[in-house]
Design a protein around this ligand. Sequence first.
Ligand code: 1GP
Length: 247
Amino acid sequence: MSVYQQMLEIKAAKGAGYLVLVDPDRWELDQVESFIEQINISGADGIMVGSSLILGEGAQQKMKHIQSTSKLPVILFPGNVNQLTPHVDAVFFLSVISGRNPQFLIGDQVQAAPIVRELGIEPIATAYMLIESGRVTTAEFVSGSKPIPRDKAEIAVAHALAAEYLGFKFIYLEAGSGAQYSVPTKMVKAVTSYTNVPVIVGGGIYSPDEAAALAAAGASFVVTGNVLEDESNSHLMAQFAKAIHGD
Ligand code: 1GP
């Protein structure tokens, strides 16, 4: 079964799913395995790997390790074409539709498409929308695109409808990794009331309650990254899963 189909089934069965983002730069090779093993038993539904920028060495080797240890689907969340790897089950084939930078709308995708085909990984067309989140995030800076103002839900709705009519399989509402504020629940509610395309929400989510509120607002998947990079927070992983699943 495709990863996309698995994700639809998770949403249908649980109401909303939980994805853990693993930034290869934040873990040493010898730490990766135990972190993935924790994710395996946490109740999470999938693993995303990638980052807006990867500076450290050995990212490909870490991704290989992640995939071989994971019992969950591993989905690449690429910051650029260089992050493409055969060591994932699927790739969120992103277009930064909130911006007007042609490189991130279609340029990089044209570079990436033949590589994705050659690698034989499943592309999942994902409309990526940056939402203003209190400070400039790496995703905003690197993509050279303006985020949607956080109090303008109607702008997000119009972009979401365009994404639906263009045939995207997911919409990703992104506050940006390490954001000061996560995407407003009001915006998630507005977007999910206008479109049937499943919505993934991430960026700046630090508590299970916040994650539960985003799922209750209509998010199909909620993503956390940063918060689990502090090992003293690892107990939160199972709490996030429960909160998002409404258990
Ligand atoms: C980034 O949405 C993810 O795309 C995760 O963000 O690292 O802030 O949890 P955080």
